[in-house]
Design a protein around this ligand. Sequence first.
Ligand SMILES: [Zn+2]
Length: 198
Amino acid sequence: MFEKLSFFFWKLFNKKYINSKKQFISISKTGFEVINLLGDTLYLYKWEDIEDIYFEDENHDNLIIVDSKNVSISYPKSTINWIHFLKTVPQNFKSLDYEHIANYLKSLKYCEICGYKAVDEYCDVCSAETWDDKFLEDYESKEEYLKEEQLDYYAVMSIYEHVDFEQDKDLGFEKDINYKIYVSKEEILKHSAEFYYD
Ligand SMILES: [Zn+2]
């Protein structure tokens, strides 16, 4: 049900900002799973087990999920896959501010690393940090930064996997028509062999 998860974690652990994130949510058609960054499942729910979902306050940065046994869990914006969750959540929860969700999703920006419209503070699809001029302390140019991030984003775990430039399209995020890939298949495979192969 949640394939590719370990690979996802593996990539995430290479990210500089990961320490600021505490948990991850994995979503399927039937439900979702909340996982900590060690890979342990904290909660596993089917949508039908959920009684209600609502934003805790007017900042809209913390979701409260109430299950059918009246147990509440808190799902803060800092959770990985927060945006994907808002995009996927069924339309039948009586206390959920769907209008806010629609406006929020509209306000997202395109990611220059993966191309999807999924960027708030970070990209919800590739988890990369948006380019900032302060990165010039560590990178020669913006293009060098985008290239490095794309090498990680498109990396594969073994020689049996293929590089997929369309990866994550099933998540349903809109893709920027001006999106540019700065890395070649050969470069990705070379990078994968060096950093990702078992
Ligand atoms: Zn991205």
